[in-house]
Design a protein around this ligand. Structure first.
Ligand code: ATP
Length: 326
């Protein structure tokens, strides 16, 4: 029996700009993605000698909104490797993937994507596939747009539909308060479809214009602020186009964002910035210290006093997936 235990961290978007449409139905994006320390825990165990056809790939996850079947992204990652490397993966025998789900689901934090990336990395180790970073990224991109970033982690620019990932400097260990109402999620396809229906007249279609807009983000103020580790500037430059469709649809999320932005003193003095992550509905605030982040979490909990509200204090992480045990 072989075993590999990995973290599968959440990501937040420090910047998300929708540039235009793509022929494949996705959007052209320019994003700055950032791992945080809050993570699921993935344990992959293999049992040699058990024929694949009787017990192929099993998922164990007790979260009610996470499927335990072949639609689970972690399952799909294992199945993709089994298709591409049948001999090596078959030698492992039965594969069991246990997901300790600590991240909220359908939250804009790429929880499922991160689980899939962890399975790619874990099975690469267990089956000794020796995948290069490029090969891993190509496989990840087949599974989903956020998965190449999750496989790399840290801080990165992501363009194309999100799958073209360029690591950039880590801005430093800023603190983050994440906030989400437990009872609802936002469908990522809905958010992008709604954005298209309202804003496609602003889309860039000229390839030269698209490249110019990508370059503007690459050499723009946010990337500069990150390179300088300037938390105040990063907070001021947070941007997410999807707020334009998700916040009007979900006023409670807009109110939650305002409450975070108001900080512990009501005028936002100790909050560097607040924003929705990805397609939401999770919103986050950036702060300079753990003390300030814990104080904000406590104040938001007291102010809104809603049992449906979940809050986490976490930190920007310089790495993505970490192999804890193999
Ligand atoms: P993204 O930001 O990449 O869109 P998200 O954080 O908004 O991700 P997920 O938590 O990945 O959303 O969940 C989206 C959907 O995927 C849910 O409806 C969930 O049932 C399904 N899903 C499939 N596999 C997983 C998994 N391993 N973990 C969480 N959700 C999963």
């Amino acid at each position: 029996m072989k075993r590999c235990v990995l973290t599968a961290p959440a990501k937040i978007n420090l910047y998300l700009e929708i540039l235009g449409d793509r022929p494949d139905g996705f959007h052209e994006l320019a994003m700055v993605m950032q791992s945080v320390t809050l993570a699921d825990r993935i344990e992959i165990s293999t049992q040699p000698g058990i024929a694949q056809f009787t017990q192929p790939i099993q998922i164990q996850c007790s979260h009610s909104r996470v499927p335990n079947d072949e639609t689970n992204l972690a399952y799909r990652a294992a199945a993709l490797l089994r298709d591409r490397f049948p001999d090596r993966i078959e030698k492992l025998g039965a594969i069991e993937i246990a997901i300790d789900k600590r991240l909220p689901v359908a939250a804009g934090l790429a929880g499922g994507s991160s689980n899939a990336a962890a399975v790619l990395i874990g099975l690469d180790l267990l089956a000794e596939l020796g995948l290069t970073q490029g090969e891993l990224s190509d496989l990840a991109a087949e599974l989903g747009s956020d998965i190449p970033f999750c496989a790399i982690g840290g801080t990165a620019l992501a363009t194309g539909r999100g799958e073209r990932v360029t690591p950039i400097e880590f801005p430093g260990p800023l603190w983050v308060v994440l906030a989400k109402y437990r009872s609802f999620g936002v469908s990522t396809p809905w958010a992008y479809k709604t954005f298209r229906s309202q804003f496609s007249d602003r889309y860039e279609s000229d390839p030269v214009g698209l490249q110019q807009r990508r370059n503007r983000v690459h050499s723009g103020e946010m990337v500069g602020a990150i390179a300088n580790g300037d938390g105040t500037a990063i907070g001021a430059l947070l941007h997410n186009d999807l707020e334009k469709v998700v916040l009007p649809e979900h006023p409670a999320v807009a109110a939650l964002r305002s409450t975070l932005a108001a900080g512990t003193d009501g005028n936002g003095a100790d909050v560097l910035g607040a924003m929705m992550s990805g397609s939401g509905p999770t919103v986050f605030a950036l702060l300079a210290t753990e003390v300030a982040a814990s104080a904000l979490r406590d104040r938001v909990a007291r102010t809104l006093d809603d049992p449906d509200l979940e809050l986490w204090v976490t930190q920007l992480a310089p790495d993505g997936i970490i192999v804890l045990d193999s």
